[in-house]
Design a protein around this ligand. Sequence first.
Ligand SMILES: NC(=O)c1ccc[n+]([C@@H]2O[C@H](COP(=O)([O-])OP(=O)(O)OC[C@H]3O[C@@H](n4cnc5c(N)ncnc54)[C@H](OP(=O)(O)O)[C@@H]3O)[C@@H](O)[C@H]2O)c1
Length: 238
Amino acid sequence: MSTLESFTWLITGSSRGIGLELTRQLLTSPVNTVIATCRDPTGASALTALQDGAQGTLHIIALDVADEVSIRTAVKEAAVILGERGLDYLYNNAAINETDDTAFSFDPARLARAVHINVVGPALLAQACLPLLEKSTRKVVVNMTSGLASIGLDCGPKCTTYSISKAALNMLTYKQAKERSDFIVVCLDPGWVKTDMGGDGAMLEREFSVSHILKVVTALVSQDTGKFFRYNGEQLPW
Ligand SMILES: NC(=O)c1ccc[n+]([C@@H]2O[C@H](COP(=O)([O-])OP(=O)(O)OC[C@H]3O[C@@H](n4cnc5c(N)ncnc54)[C@H](OP(=O)(O)O)[C@@H]3O)[C@@H](O)[C@H]2O)c1
């Protein structure tokens, strides 16, 4: 927590879907400063429109999580925006799910790409943000995962590439939490949500999923670190 109970956030993939909704809901409170990142700020009209009527403070910067130079440049920009403040919440939301493949039909190039964007990107971003997180007294890292990452939930053969990448993100979460006991690092499944990725047939509205996510994330305590949560705060099996 920063002075005056105000909070700073950096969110990836804020141009649409859950990332856009996270940014929108956070900006309904004046306590939040949101560094909303996306690949192409000039084309992110829905994100830019959130400025109108925002109670919180919005900064939009470019960040492609597939590009190490972009990550380092964005973190430098974030450091300038934050000034003396630390980063309270790093929210690794951006991801891809390009194919509904199986273990015996996957395409190796697609698997490498999914691991690069869904795991290497969030890992490098957390590494680059380390000095900013260390300046915060809150130090929360949220890695957006999926129920499909869980072996315990027994989701079957579908979406193998995506599931492998999110299972690896879960292991990254565990390792980050074990390395830094002063941080709170969790992975969180938003549920099946109506977005471009989730599709129109998904069960949850974006508003519903995100309002629950924000209740869970803002209430996290040190004992929660290293855990795998569902959007409603229920703990999921690995
Ligand atoms: N929707 C669901 O049912 C569901 C279920 C479980 C987990 N999730 C997870 O929830 C998170 C958000 O998903 P969503 O449903 O909102 O997905 P979405 O609608 O497909 O949006 C994906 C977001 O990620 C961004 N992105 C993709 N590649 C990127 C890159 N290389 N660098 C930076 N940003 C990139 C996209 O930016 P552009 O606009 O530039 O493409 C977009 O903002 C993801 O981690 C996803 O795996 C979603």
